[in-house]
Design a protein around this ligand. Structure first.
Ligand code: FAD
Length: 533
């Protein structure tokens, strides 16, 4: 059996950062296990997300349970399954969240997670190449972040937003999040800046780091109350590895609680029903699931040539490809939603509570994923950033290859429903502001006939989707539903931590890649600190 100091399970946003930092110290031998493959051709080029959103080679392709609150649909739940995890197929927007998000975590009793605590970590992990204030932005980290320029269409939306009181914010990851801005991008030199590229490529030839791909971890090994290693399989062949110091689970919000439950850590009655011996009762495993549920409003654009539907199909696509090759702005190296606004639902709030994101085209969904519509238009999604609705993720069988049951309970909190309606009304106000008039914009969905709150909500329940930010299923805290403590150690088990988006007690105000990488960075620092004694 192979023996390491540390074993990290999952090479995603957080896990890659954990493995990179732990193996910086040459004294420690580190094993990184990843269920998916090493590399995939569409991970490099930013627009590759469209080729991977429904691709089983690199995507777990989960789906949720049908639920009445979302019209009994099964929602598509993509998750990266390769080196870099979801950072290798995500929409490339770089958003840290608000200072208040992390201060809330700290106020919940999680020492070391206030904004003042995490800001140095956010700075350490990035190289921000577009100015910003040194008090907030890092210059020398592994992750390259850029700030693209708006094209004519997006500049017009920024102007329209200004006309309804949403100001332009040059750096929403700086002092304040408020306002409208181009999405900062994990794109640089024409390439996706995944954690596979930024963290693992420079580290993979370190003699003390071994990366095993196509390695599905099936459970952690427990001796009494101590975790001593993992069992995993590679192409069906069973293997075991031993960790003399610690195992860090970074398998993401869906697979981390799955792995704990498969190992006998979770709700006793649930595990017993599936024939899994209970090693550590922990009621919170798989609970507290939070995600962003967003309707995509759709808009026709009458002015020819303004959207990617005109300039990104047929010969236009050839031109876009040429621009990409020449390193000029192109739809091939753009963030999926290149413009976003952080806004308040009402006066007097301390910070924005709604997120709007614009995509400068209409897409349709085919069996192999989304494709560009023939009709010219735009999409604008709109949703509350800190939803109160909570769901769960639990194993449905003792087989590690079976997908867990994902229940979101979206819109179960009336506040979420109310805020979603408000967000749609704000999207409408921007899209119908005077600056948009020359584009000859008209509403397709929900459609101008849909006006009352009830009508809008009915549409939201029928068409909303997740924006792919599930968090919280191994929540950090001290209460009875907490799974890990503030140093990310699993309560009641030695030598086992969880470090990924699943530990977030609440959802951050925005997208979740940046905070997940921060969690990986911080976890590694705590592991090394504890090893130093
Ligand atoms: C389609 C999509 C678009 C998104 N767009 C954005 C965006 O634009 N901006 C943004 O900030 N966020 C975005 N996100 C969210 C963001 O990418 C994730 O929140 C973040 O990557 C989560 O990091 P993680 O480390 O928790 O999990 P992941 O990055 O998902 O990593 C988990 C890793 O563990 C591996 N794994 C799982 N189970 C096992 C096992 N049993 N054995 C071994 N390995 C295992 C997985 O294969 C995966 O590689 C998007 C997500 C998706 C899916």
């Amino acid at each position: 059996m192979q023996t390491y100091d540390y074993i990290v399970v999952g090479a995603g946003s957080a896990g890659a950062a954990v493995a990179y930092r732990l193996s910086e110290d040459e004294r420690y031998r580190v094993l990184l296990l990843e269920a998916g493959p090493d590399d995939y051709r569409w991970t490099r080029i930013p627009v590759g997300f469209a080729k991977m959103s429904h691709n089983p080679a690199v995507n777990w392709l989960y789906h949720s349970e049908p639920e009445p609150s979302t019209n009994n649909r099964q929602l598509h739940v993509p998750r990266g399954k390769m080196l870099g995890g979801s950072s290798s197929l995500n929409g490339l927007a770089f958003v840290r969240g608000q200072a208040q998000d992390f201060d809330t975590w700290s106020q919940m009793g999680n020492q070391g997670w206030s904004y003042d605590d995490v800001l140095p970590v956010f700075k350490r992990m990035e190289s921000y190449e577009a100015g910003g204030d040194d008090a907030f932005r890092g210059r020398n980290g592994p992750l390259r972040v850029t700030n693209p320029e708006p094209n004519a269409l997006l500049a017009r939306i920024i102007e329209a937003a200004g006309q309804v009181g949403i100001r332009h914010n040059p750096d929403y990851n700086g002092a304040n999040q408020d306002g409208i801005a181009m999405s900062q991008a994990t794109i640089a030199s024409n390439r996706r800046q995944s954690t596979a590229h930024c963290y693992l490529e420079p580290a993979r030839f370190r003699p003390n780091l071994r990366i095993e791909t196509n390695a599905l971890t099936e459970n952690v090994v427990l001796e009494g109350k101590r975790c001593t290693g993992v069992r995993y399989s590679v192409h069906g062949q069973k293997r075991e590895a031993r960790a003399t110091r610690e195992v860090v689970i970074s398998a993401g919000t869906i697979n981390s609680p799955q792995l704990l439950e498969l190992s006998g850590i979770g709700q006793p009655e649930r595990l017993q029903a599936l024939g899994i011996p209970v090693r550590r009762p922990l009621q919170g495993v798989g609970e507290n699931l939070r995600d962003h549920y967003a309707p995509r409003t759709r808009w026709a654009v009458g002015k020819r040539g303004a959207t990617y539907n005109d300039s990104g199909r047929g010969l236009g696509l050839v031109r876009q490809a040429l621009r990409y090759v020449l390193s000029q702005p192109s739809m091939l190296n753009a963030v999926a939603a290149p413009l976003r606004a952080f806004v308040r639902s009402r006066e007097g709030l301390e910070a924005p509570d709604l997120l709007l994101g614009w995509v400068p085209m209409l897409t349709e969904l085919g069996p192999k994923g989304p494709f560009i519509s023939r009709q010219s238009g735009m999409t604008c999604y709109a949703h509350p950033m800190r939803p109160e609705s909570k769901g769960s993720i639990h194993i449905a069988s003792a087989n590690p290859r079976d997908q867990p049951a994902i229940t979101f309970n979206f819109l179960s909190s009336p506040v979420d429903a109310e805020l979603t309606v408000t967000a749609i009304r704000i999207a409408r106000s921007v899209m119908t502001a005077p600056a948009m008039a020359p584009l000859l914009v008209s509403e397709i969905g929900p459609g101008s006939a849909v006006t009352t709150d009830d009508e809008i909500l009915d549409w939201v329940r029928r068409v909303g989707e997740t924006t792919y930010h599930p968090v919280g299923t191994c929540k950090m805290g001290q209460d009875p539903m907490a799974v890990v403590d503030s140093r990310l150690r699993v309560h009641g088990i030695e030598g086992l931590r969880v470090a990924d988006a699943s530990i977030m007690p609440t959802l951050t105000s925005g997208n979740t890649n940046a905070p997940s990488i921060m969690i990986g960075e911080k976890a590694a620092a705590m592991v090394l600190q504890d090893a130093a004694g």
